[in-house]
Design a protein around this ligand. Structure first.
Ligand code: PRP
Length: 182
């Protein structure tokens, strides 16, 4: 047990859920190609594991979105920091997101990608914090529902942009929130 944080979801629990989601998506899209779009930066690790659990012809594109910056509370303003590189018209688009909090980021991205007339559009989300939702957002699958705690690890960052490389998803204890600041 680490004194700095409490583990909310362990690495083996994450792997097991991703394995099942991969199987489900493999059946759902059988015979079709999928464009997987992780939202940078937090979803990079989830997406890397998920695509290896999908036995399908998959292409990967990246979208960059930020609404928090260095803050722990959303600015409410979503900024696109990177766009996709090829047309999504008539493609099966699978958005991969690490966490849905207020829902602002994902709602913004869904609307943006819907306007490009994909064949289908679905969102799969690692962590859901429903208690914080301010806008409705359509989620195909969420792997874990968590309480309103500040979580880091498995791709999600904490103060100063650190903590993304922890294999588990953890809640930082208050006294340690400033120990990795720049
Ligand atoms: C985080 C997270 C989601 C978003 C969720 O991104 O990765 O994209 O916030 O919050 P919301 O539902 O309230 O919009 P952040 O801006 O911290 O960028 P990052 O992914 O680069 O860490």
């Amino acid at each position: 047990m680490n004194a700095e944080y409490d583990v909310l979801v362990s690495a083996p629990e994450i792997s097991e859920k991703i394995r099942k989601l991969g199987e489900e998506l493999t059946e759902l899209y059988a015979g079709e190609e999928v464009v997987v779009i992780p939202l940078l930066r937090g979803a990079f690790m989830f997406a890397a594991d998920l695509i290896r659990a999908m036995n399908l012809p998959v292409r990967v594109e990246f979208l960059g979105a930020a609404s928090y910056g260095e803050e722990t509370v959303s600015s409410g303003e979503v900024r696109l920091t990177l766009d996709t590189s090829f047309p999504l018209h008539d493609k099966n688009v699978l958005i991969v997101e690490d966490i849905v909090d207020t829902g602002l980021t994902l709602a913004y991205i869904q609307k943006l990608l819907q306007s490009r007339n994909p064949r289908s559009i679905r969102s799969v989300v690692l962590l859901d914090k429903p208690s914080r939702r301010t806008v409705e957002v359509d989620l195909h699958r969420t792997l874990f529902t968590i309480p309103d705690k500040f979580v880091v690890g498995y791709g999600l960052d904490g103060p100063g942009g650190f903590w993304r490389n922890l294999p588990d998803i953890v809640a930082l204890r208050e006294e340690t929130e400033n120990t990795h600041s720049e």
